[in-house]
Design a protein around this ligand. Sequence first.
Ligand code: GMT
Length: 395
Amino acid sequence: MAIFAGIFTDAILMKIGIVLYPTFGGSGVVATELGKALSQKGHEVHFITYSQPVRLGSFTKNLFYHEVQILEYPLFEYPPYETVLASKLVDVVKNEKLDLLHVHYAIPHASAAYMAKCILRSQGIKIPFITTLHGTDITLVGRDPSFEPAITFAINNSDAVSAVSESLKRDTYTHFAINKEVEVIPNFICPEHYLPKPEKDFRDAYAPNGERIITHISNFRPVKRVEDVVRIFKRIRDRLPAKLILVGDGPDRYHVERLCRELGTCSDTFIIGKLKKPEEVLHISDLFLLPSESESFGLAALEAMASGVPVVSSDSGGLPEVNIEGESGFLRPVGDVEGMAERAVYLLEDDERLKAFKAAAKKRSEHFSIKRILPMYTRLYNQVLNQARIESSLP
Ligand code: GMT
C-alpha cells in the first residue's frame, strides 16, 4: 500500500479495482477511460466485470482485466451475478492487494462491493469503496421499489459517493434517504481522441451532394426518444438538404425504422448499429440531436461537442450543465419536436453561423477535459484512503 509520511497524496501510486458494465453505455465508457487515464499516470488498475470493456483498446503495463464468470446451473433461472461478482472482488482485492474499489453504476455493483467489504473485514482486510452514480441507477431503475432499499443501503454504506452532475446529485437526495455527502464529478473526454481527421471520402459516402449530416447516438431505449429524432429530422429535411445517421441499437429500433418508412425519410437515413469509435461518425457530422426524456449528463452530447459538433437537445436532467444554450447548441423542453427542428434549421442554414457554433461546441467540451476531471477522482481516492487509515488506527 502506498503511503507518504502517513498520508495519501496525489503523487502516491495506488492499486485500484474498477467495477463497471463493459458495454456501450456511458457509465462503462467513463469507467474504462478513467481506468486508462489512471494507468497512464502509473496507478495499477484492475477492471472487474463479465466481459472485456468495449472501449478498452490495447492493454498497457498497469492495466488488468478480471472476468467474472457467470455460473450456469439448471436451478438458476436467473444466474446470481451479484454473488459471483462479490466473490470475485474478494479474490482480486486479496490477491492483487488492492487499495480501493471504485464501482460505476449502483446496481448491483455497490451492494456487491459492500458484501465483499464485509467478507474481507471478517478476514482482517480493510477495503474502502467508492460508488459513482451515473443516472438510470437513480432516476429510472434504482427508484423502483424492487431496488430502492438495497440501493439506499449500499449508497449510505459506500466510503464515498460521486454523481456525474448536479442534477443527478439533486435526484439522488430527492428519491433516496441518503445520509452521505454526494460529490459531483462530471464526466469527461480525452481531447486527443477527437482531433479532426481528413474525412472527405467518408463524408461523401453519406452526403454526396454536400447535404448537412445530422447524427444521434444512443442505446435506442424509450428514455432516448429516438422517434423524436426522426420527427425532428423530417422537419429539417423539409427545409434544407440533409442526411441522418443513427448510431446504436436497442428496443426502439423497430419503431424508429417504421417511423422512417411512414415519414418517407428512409432514403436519407442510415441506421448503422453500434460503433466502438463513435468519433468516426461525429467527425463528419454537422449537428447532434439528443431529445432524451431524462439524461443525467449526456456523455454522447459531450463526445459530439469534443468533435466540434453543436448539439440540439432536450433540457432535461444534467443536459443544461453540458450543452450551453446559444453557445454549444440549443435546449428545448422534452417533446418539443417543433422547437428543436426550428433551432436545428437556424444552426444549419448559415455556413458562418454553423462554423461559429462548431468552434464554440469544441471550446465548451474543453471544460470537461480529463486533465481537469482526473484530479477530482484521485483527490477523492486519497480522501477515502486517508479516512480508512484514520479509522483503522482508532482503538
Ligand atoms: O444512457 C443510458 O441509458 C446509459 C447510461 C449508463 O449507465 O451507461 O447512461 C447514463 O450514464 C452516462 C454516463 O455517466 C450519462 O452520460 C447518461 O446521461 C446516463 N443516462 C441517463 O441518465 C438516461
